[in-house]
Design a protein around this ligand. Structure first.
Ligand SMILES: Cc1cc2nc3c(=O)[nH]c(=O)nc-3n(C[C@H](O)[C@H](O)[C@H](O)COP(=O)(O)O)c2cc1C
Length: 403
């Protein structure tokens, strides 16, 4: 099968080069032992099936469960992160930001939201991308000052323009520079603030690339990073073909139990998320495309993780309520005028949970105000029928390899 709709999202990330137009996430405040405020998600405690070991800690940040909202350029802004957290994501990452962008960022109304964090969303991660170690460090300081609990370094973005400017995934081909970025970032970020990394499994499938991957991985842990997220695709692969979960298992075996590895790639259902942990041994999973317009995936995975049956898909009323809630968060973040434009792409994704998804999609594709969204909700969501689980083909699948 060819490239699916999900590739269009991936391409947006690729073309955005990290900077589009948004910002972050939730829950009960909790003060970590060193006094730094880190908040953990109000998710159910692990049940019988997976009850074992201490809770997850990224540095000194307590994370209530291993299911996170991934960084998604153009999507994981404050409203999406808050919605994800309210549905059980234990931690959420802001979309990637350029170091250059951060250092020149002023308190203008149009861009202020990039660094906005909702009280309820701690712990929240900010993600940074850049080319020069020195400037990277300056961006990291700005991000830490903004209040992000974790500073994540992007060594994975496969966008052509990004690679051309020696950023993102490009660093996987130059371990020395990558490790210098890690060292400088770790140096300037306050010691109580964890630094983490997001990597792909290499530039390509060559032995040299694999060697570089492990040099960066081992070197970064030696420099004090608190966790590394691995997306099981190569940079060359972009989003075509499966994420190699066997590689994630190999990486986890390589680092051993004391070092945190989070997995990414092809997490499109609650079952996928549990299976990734069970099959690879990773310590947590970051849900990306599978969570866009589908925050219920977090509730569903918690149920499975706790040994409960998979909850039914959200009813149409429940879906409408979340669309309204998301819209309200957008209004607070962006103001009335920009909200409908920001919401369109989410609404299209929400429509995938509706049994008449094509008609609903057509209705939501051009909404220009909350009134217009309400009209579509009234037309399609009033009859409180069951929704549907988002089918795999909306995202692509491991076998089909179109993610
Ligand atoms: C639209 C889009 C935007 C993305 N933006 C980011 C980003 O800002 N930072 C990042 O580390 N990864 C980003 N990613 C990669 C995802 O976090 C994730 O690693 C990847 O999509 C694989 O997971 P999946 O197959 O479950 O979607 C993006 C992916 C997509 C599709």
């Amino acid at each position: 099968m060819g490239v699916g709709k999900s590739d269009a999202q991936a391409e947006q990330y690729q073309e955005s080069g990290g900077q589009s137009d948004r910002a972050s996430g939730v829950v009960d405040g909790q003060v970590a032992s060193d006094g730094k405020s880190c908040h953990s998600g109000s998710v159910p405690k692990r049940g019988l099936v997976h009850e074992s070991g201490p809770g997850l800690k990224i540095g000194n940040c307590e994370i209530a469960s291993p299911f996170f909202q991934a960084a998604l350029s153009g999507y994981s802004d404050l409203p999406m992160r808050v919605i994800a957290r309210r549905h059980g994501a234990s931690y959420a990452l802001c979309e990637v930001m350029l170091d250059q962008f951060l250092v020149t960022l002023t308190d203008r109304a149009r861009t202020r939201h990039f660094l906005e964090i909702a009280d309820e969303e701690h712990p929240v991660g900010g993600q940074l991308m850049g080319s020069e170690p020195e400037q990277f460090a300056a961006g990291a300081i700005k991000m830490a000052e903004a209040g992000f609990d974790v500073i994540d370094i992007n060594f994975g973005c496969p966008v052509k323009k990004v690679l051309g400017r020696c950023r993102g995934g490009f660093h996987l081909s130059q371990p020395e520079v990558a490790l210098e970025i890690v060292a400088r970032t770790r140096d300037v970020v306050p010691p109580d603030r964890p630094v983490t990394i997001k990597m792909r499994r290499g530039m390509d499938d060559t032995a040299e690339s694999r060697d570089n991957f492990y040099r960066i991985l081992d070197g970064a842990f030696a420099l004090g990073v608190a966790a590394i997220t691995v997306h099981g695709r190569t940079v060359k692969q972009r989003y075509v073909g499966p994420s190699r979960w066997d590689f994630l298992a190999e990486v986890k075996r390589h680092v051993g139990p004391g070092r945190l590895i989070f997995g990414s790639g092809d997490l499109f259902s609650a079952e996928d998320c549990v299976q990734m942990i069970e099959k690879t041994g990773v310590d947590g999973v970051t849900i990306a495309r599978g969570a866009i317009g589908n925050p219920w995936i977090f509730q569903q995975v918690h149920a499975l993780w706790n040994g409960l049956p998979l909850p039914p898909p959200p009813t149409l009323r429940q879906q409408a309520d979340v669309i309204r809630e998301h819209y309200r968060l957008c209004q607070q973040t962006y103001g009335e005028k920009r909200s409908s434009i920001m919401m369109r792409k989410f609404c299209i994704k929400y429509s995938a949970s509706h049994p008449d998804h094509e008609a609903v999609r057509q209705g939501l594709i051009r909404v220009a105000s909350l009134d217009e969204v309400e009209a579509v909700l009234n037309q399609h969501y009033n009859d409180d029928r069951p929704g549907r689980y988002v089918p795999r083909e909306v995202h692509g699948s491991q076998e089909e390899g179109c993610s």
